[in-house]
Design a protein around this ligand. Sequence first.
Ligand code: JFZ
Length: 297
Amino acid sequence: MFIHWGLYSIPAGVWNGEQITGYSEQIKGHAKIPTEDYRQLAAQFDPINWDADAVALLAKQAGMKSIVLTAKHHDGFCLFDSKHTTFDVVDATPYHKDIVKELAEASKRHNLKFGVYFSLIDWDYEGALPFESVNNSDAIPALHHQYNLNQIEELLTNYGDISEIWFDMGSPTYEQSKEMAALVKKLQPDCMISGRIWNDQGDFVVMGDNKQPDFKMGVPWQTPASMFNETWSYRSWQERGNVEDKVAEKINDLLKVVSTGGNYLLNIGPKGDGTVIPFEKQVLTEMGEWLEKNGES
Ligand code: JFZ
């Protein structure tokens, strides 16, 4: 189970009354929201319907074996208590609790592996590149790189075993990728590193959204899969179609990926208040029932 959840789940694809296209988890970039305005969302983040155990149980029921949560996405907001920023769930929100910790512990209780998504671009951190320039740079600024190292250390020290660290985006140099990989391996030798650490420093290749390789891969690989292609995090105006079609589509994808040697990471996008949307819950539950009947789960 992949989970895209954060402050962006509150506007849910709408800004100033307008539907914003592009991935909703990137609304700050797509709607060009100034940092001071975006930061205000933290005051509204109080997910009363968030239940880490229920989410872990849902993953279990769906036949899943691990959970990967967006500990930090491109907006820079941290779902964990970081000493290196106040823009995190414990310091900046009325919720005050460490969500990475809650889900790490719930995953452990339900015998699931737990991993974290960690963005290498950061639209909040002052020493990082602004979102206009993320695509045409050949290094992460030194300050930002150090900040990333500090947070990687926190994530791999404070939450027990981390099964995978899902680095994403950004443009580290070869040296920077190597340094991050070495730190991960020093702290947790068994933690798998996503290929989006770049520069050939990952342990597994990440395919594009819902994509599979069309030849046999000689290395471990994973297909991250969004429910609706257009967004990973919750979007209030998403057309969802019917559950039965989605279940068929996703079982088909799961089988294609797994039967060709890949690992399938199916995403959900809870609402800002922590609710897992009924459509996604239903899809996962029915996939689990199908696996129970037809496969080994
Ligand atoms: C990245 C993020 O930018 C996005 O918001 C989401 O978190 C997703 C899981 O990862 O988006 C990508 C990055 C690479 C590809 C597709 C989406 N790709 O290589 O096809």
